[in-house]
Design a protein. Structure first.
Length: 299
């Protein structure tokens, strides 16, 4: 059998080249760490079904053998919550939508317990009940994602995604769907693709912590949009009370962060708040609510 020999010099060169390769790889293949994360991490978790026969959507994969190829898709909302918590997310930044009829179901052999694996532990413990029962619907999901409390219905926690430009939002949905739609627990209740896309576009444009949200809090969603979008007749000043506008801008910046070059495009909307009779106290209250979790705003 042939014997391989290696001189000390060659061995040293091999070691040095290996170390150099690791250093180079470290420059380009460095995995992200907690220190690399900029902004706040959010998670919106939603189970779009109800009933014990849909256990896996709220609870998890009942059969790892049958569903092994779909284990990621069948990962449950409760288990997802536990993963988010283990990953360092705070409860205030995790929003859970689940009908919550599994743990207490008469069909559940382990009352009060939900598992996502036959030998798994309880993944139900500690899961916040932000939106349950009839409150799990397309309207509330989109309102929470957009960060618009004024559009919420029912008796949920009121928690919404009040994110900023550097934040990261993870959305997990577990259920069935079809072309252009996703299911919801209610009869004939669907989440349509165009509504989701429109919400994401508004979110990207600054739906959270924005003047638009403040207008909704002051006047309601529909009337608020009319007030903010109003354009005065030619020859009229943008605002009648300039002291009011200065006060509104100052209040907005104190609550939501400084208006940058980008944010100045909303100046007409801020002026319209003054033209509609909004005063400093009301503006301060609305801005505080809209930007409570986002002191450094998009602007």
């Amino acid at each position: 059998m042939a014997r391989l020999s290696c001189s000390p010099l060659l061995l040293l060169l091999l070691v040095l080249s290996s170390q150099l390769a690791l250093l180079v790889a470290g420059e380009f293949l460095r995995l992200p760490s907690e220190k690399d994360v900029v902004g706040t991490r959010w998670a919106v978790l939603i189970a779009g079904s109800n009933g014990y026969y849909n256990y896996r959507h709220q609870a998890g994969n009942k059969s790892p053998i049958k569903y092994s190829s779909l284990i990621v898709l069948m990962a449950d909302v409760c288990h997802a919550y536990q993963i988010m918590k283990k990953g360092g997310l705070k409860d205030e930044n995790i929003i859970v939508f689940m009908y919550d009829d599994i743990a207490g179901s008469r069909d559940n052999p382990r009352p009060g317990v939900i598992i996502n694996h036959p030998q798994g532990g309880d993944v139900y413990a500690g899961v916040p009940k932000d939106y349950t029962g009839a409150d799990v619907n397309a309207n509330n999901f989109l309102a929470a994602l957009l960060g618009d409390k004024s559009k919420l219905t029912g008796s949920g926690s009121g928690k919404v995604v009040t994110s900023g430009p550097d934040d990261h939002i993870f959305v997990y949905y577990a259920d069935h769907g079809g072309p252009g739609i996703l299911g919801m627990p209610g009869d004939e209740e669907y989440l349509y693709a165009n509504d989701l896309v429109r919400t994401l576009e508004k979110k990207h444009a600054g739906g959270a912590g924005s003047v638009e949200l403040i207008g909704g809090l002051l006047f309601g969603s529909e009337e608020g949009a009319k007030v903010l979008d109003a354009v005065r007749s030619a020859g009229q000043p943008v605002v009648d009370d300039w002291d009011c506008l200065k006060s509104v801008v100052r209040t907005f910046q104190e609550r939501c962060g400084p208006l940058t070059q980008y944010g100045m495009k909303h100046m007409r909307s801020l002026a319209n708040l003054c033209n509609a009779g909004v005063r400093e106290e009301a503006m301060d209250k609305a801005a505080a609510q809209a930007c409570a979790a986002n002191p450094s705003s998009l602007f």
